[in-house]
Design a protein around this ligand. Structure first.
Ligand code: PEP
Ligand code: MG
Length: 573
């Protein structure tokens, strides 16, 4: 048994399918002397494709971002043309009969190692360039990692060094029994997607495997415990079959709560909305009795494809989602790419700190053409239901004003074309940047609602990358600073009369429910998979007791003290 970190609940059993990446060990396959020419041909093909790709990216970056950023790709092209680099690779194939990918990896390892030893920022950056070029070349030699096609004839547990949201978006959900990644964080978008898809996920296995997992190995993963078994014995398989059945029965029993109103024991009603990543989840929203959709992450609509979705395509999706909800509200969040969410067809400059970089509303305001197209699609859909708009990652008042100005232009253009839309459409923002939290009252003056994105807020307040498994234990939403900041935001909203909800994963964390109730939050937006768990807990909660509990929590000095209070209170609720 190997212990990692459970990032999405549930138990999966099945055969492994491995996505190769540069950092995997390749089998030391020898090339027959008669196949040497073919091996060189593979190498040259790989180099040609890598160069073509780099030239394309360079051109796109130049057009979208600028000349300076596009220059870095010249350095990458130069590496692929460097005679020393190429001679080394050719030499290994020719003299040691090693496969092209093995030779490339050995040479990259050697150069990266050499450059890394030199204590100089510039040299370290060159090492990164070589790694990057190496990855690209290996991708072409091994088959495209991003598009590496999983088996179609059997369901599988996907194993990867790391996964990107766009890779996950390309998979066929019924075929994916479970996910295992070596790196990643429990609040990464891949983890959020896995939970939304009800697919168990274990992360953080880096350095813990005694041997690499092979395609076809039989795996058991327990997403709650964070445990992995490779080719386990019969007794373990039987034990896990029983656990899996119990888990499924518990989930089934929760289904009975879907039509029960979300009210505490002392009659406080809390709206439980759903977070969705795709239109496909809308039926489940209704089936689970959610009060509406509090967060529709529209970026996934942009991912599972090769080009930007047009206004009409987006309109169809938003319209059907709004109509299916039959008058219940749906908050459509405008495009939130950047950070760990990339679009394959829209290359962006490499950033050292992507979560502090060109992301979310910053991209929308930089690419107003894309932004306006999306706003028009949302506006047109607004006549088919109760549609609300939300801007992600707001930091300043000017951003809100600028976004609202684009919204007004979108309205005007639609009016000119004779389209109907809700001219009073409600607009909100996510509060996920500490600066926005601190001026929540100011920002509220320009919008109709606020929604706290705890996933990002926690990482920014604590300076703990939500993607980094090495510091996952420091990603602590129960840090007193977070609780105080949440109180600051809800109090600000109450003072200026603007409702404040929560849409981060913490909204669906059973342990946090007494805090939400005690601080006076009345609207939580939760992934569909946990919505009924939260309702189960809410039905046996006492609002008045939570208020008292939060008074004690607010004077705690450490998260340990907060956890202790929550644990002690467990019997009360
Ligand atoms: C958040 O940051 O809490 C949030 C809801 O947005 P996302 O997880 O999509 O970044
Ligand atoms: Mg966010």
């Amino acid at each position: 048994m190997i212990r990692g970190i459970g990032a999405s609940d549930g138990i999966a059993m099945g055969k492994a399918f491995m996505i190769p990446t540069w950092e995997w060990d390749f089998p030391e396959k020898m090339v027959d002397v008669t196949d040497l020419a073919y091996e060189f041909e593979r190498l040259y093909d790989g180099i040609r494709s890598s160069k073509d790709e780099l030239k394309l990216i360079k051109q796109e970056i130049h057009e979208v971002v600028g000349q300076e950023e596009s220059n870095i790709f010249d350095a990458h092209l130069a590496i692929l043309e460097d005679p020393i680099f190429m001679n080394e690779i050719q030499g290994i194939i020719e003299r040691q009969y090693k496969a092209a990918e093995v030779a490339v990896k050995e040479v990259i390892d050697k150069f990266v190692g050499m450059f890394d030893l030199i204590d100089d920022e510039y040299m370290k950056e060159r090492a990164l360039d070589i790694k990057d070029v190496g990855n690209r070349l290996l991708k072409h030699l091994l088959g495209d990692m991003e598009e590496n096609v999983p088996p179609t004839d059997y369901p599988y547990i996907l194993v990867a060094k790391e996964l990107t949201p766009s890779q996950l978006a390309h998979l066929d959900p019924p075929k994916v029994l479970g996910l295992v990644t070596m790196v990643g964080g429990t609040h990464s978008h891949v983890a959020i997607m896995a939970r939304a898809m009800s697919v168990p996920l274990i992360i953080g296995l880096e350095g813990k495997l005694l041997r690499p997992i092979q395609n076809g190995d039989f795996l058991i993963i327990d997403g709650q415990e964070g445990t992995l078994y490779i080719n386990p014995d019969e007794a373990t398989i039987e034990r896990y079959k029983a656990r899996k059945n119990n888990w499924l029965e518990f989930k089934e029993s929760l289904q009975e709560l879907s039509n029960v109103p979300p009210i505490t024991m002392d009659n406080k009603m809390i709206s439980l909305h759903a977070n969705i990543n795709s239109f496909k989840e809308i039926d489940q929203v209704v089936r689970n009795g959610a009060s509406g959709v509090g967060l529709f992450r529209t970026e996934y609509l942009y991912m599972d494809r090769d080009s930007l979705p047009s206004e009409d395509e987006q309109f169809e999706v938003y319209k059907h989602a709004a109509a299916k909800l039959n008058g219940l509200p749906i908050v459509i969040r405008t495009l939130d790419i950047g950070g760990d969410k990339k679009l394959d067809y829209m290359p962006m400059a490499k950033e050292d700190n992507p979560f502090l970089g060109y992301r979310a509303i910053r991209i929308s305001l930089g690419r107003k053409d894309l932004f306006k197209t999306q706003l028009k699609a949302i506006l047109r859909a607004s006549v088919f239901g109760y549609v609300r708009i939300m801007y992600p990652m707001i930091t300043t008042l000017n951003e809100v004003k600028e976004a609202n100005a684009v919204l007004e232009e979108a309205k005007q253009e639609l009016s000119d074309l004779g389209y109907d839309y809700d001219s009073n459409i409600e607009v909100g923002i996510t509060i996920e940047v500490p600066a926005a939290a601190l001026i929540a009252d100011v920002l509220a003056s320009e919008v109709n609602f606020l929604s706290i994105g705890t996933n990002d807020l926690v990482q920014y307040v604590l300076a703990v990358d939500r993607m980094n498994e090495n510091i996952a234990h420091m990603y602590d939403p129960f840090h007193p600073a977070i609780i105080r900041l949440l109180k600051h935001i809800i109090d600000a909203g109450k003072r200026v009369g603007v409702p404040v909800g929560v849409c981060g994963e913490l909204a669906g964390d059973i342990r946090a429910l007494p805090i939400w109730l005690g601080l006076g939050f009345e609207e939580l937006s939760i992934s569909i998979q946990t919505l009924l768990h939260v309702k189960h807990r809410l039905l046996s909660s006492n609002y008045a007791n939570c208020k008292k509990l939060v008074e004690s929590i607010l004077v705690c000095k450490t998260s340990q003290e907060i956890h202790n209070l929550l644990n002690d209170a467990d019997q009360v609720f």
